[in-house]
Design a protein around this ligand. Structure first.
Ligand code: ITT
Length: 200
């Protein structure tokens, strides 16, 4: 079975392939290279469906999209859906995490609690046996470190210390991150649904 992954973030593609490759070896993940819709939703779920529906409509294939971000308790859940552009459009991951560290410079533990959120939207278009839609959610609890460390992963990984670890997510081996992350947890919820669809 082939499914389309509607993301332009290569790091997400890598993690999807590793997580799915292990649990659903019969599945081939195709990258979506069609037009990118405007992500103007006000929630992770809304944005995930905007991306997955656009890919499903364009390709006629079962499509998945991931909308994710980091949420800091003391900031009321920000950066949240604005994680990818927290320091402004095009500023980049390093500028984003430096701004977040600066914004939290006066905050000490236990008030640096945060979590990564991931919503994966699944859209089955009529052409592929639908219409059918499903959303799966994963949450990875932790805290924001005082400084960045580590070279694995992407985005905010160098400043996120997951619960149960003393190191940042960027210091974890990719297999360890992919066994615990918000993305892995969302997939754990999604896989039975994918199996149902592929068995039908
Ligand atoms: P697509 O919309 O094309 O999928 P994007 O990177 O713009 O790519 P999002 O709008 O979902 O995707 O933004 C997610 C941002 O949240 C991402 O750019 C990172 O800054 C952060 N993020 C999400 N998952 C992460 C992870 O596992 N580790 C570190 N940062 C993560």
């Amino acid at each position: 079975l082939e499914i389309v992954l509607a993301t332009h973030n290569q790091h997400k593609v890598d993690e999807f392939q590793k997580i799915l490759g292990e649990r659903m070896p019969g599945l081939t993940v195709l990258a979506y290279d069609g037009p990118e819709p405007v992500e103007d939703g006000t929630s992770f779920e809304a944005n995930a469906f905007i991306k997955a529906r656009a890919a499903a409509a364009h390709t006629g294939r079962i499509s998945l999209a991931d909308d994710s971000g980091i949420a800091v308790d003391v900031m009321g859940g920000s950066p949240g859906i604005f994680s990818a552009r927290w320091a402004g459009p095009g500023a980049g991951a390093q500028a984003n995490l430096e701004l977040l560290l600066a914004q939290l410079s006066d905050i000490r533990d236990p008030h640096r609690a945060a979590h990564f959120h991931c919503t994966i939207a699944l859209v089955v278009p009529e052409a592929a046996g639908g219409p059918h839609e499903h959303a799966a959610v994963g949450r990875w609890q932790g805290r924001i470190a005082l400084a960045e460390s580590g070279a694995h992963g992407f985005g905010y990984d160098p400043i996120f210390v997951p619960e149960g670890f003393d190191v940042s997510a960027a210091e974890l081996a990719p297999e360890v991150k992919n066994a615990h992350s918000h993305r892995a947890l969302a997939f754990a919820e999604l896989i039975p649904e994918l199996e149902r669809i592929t068995a039908a």
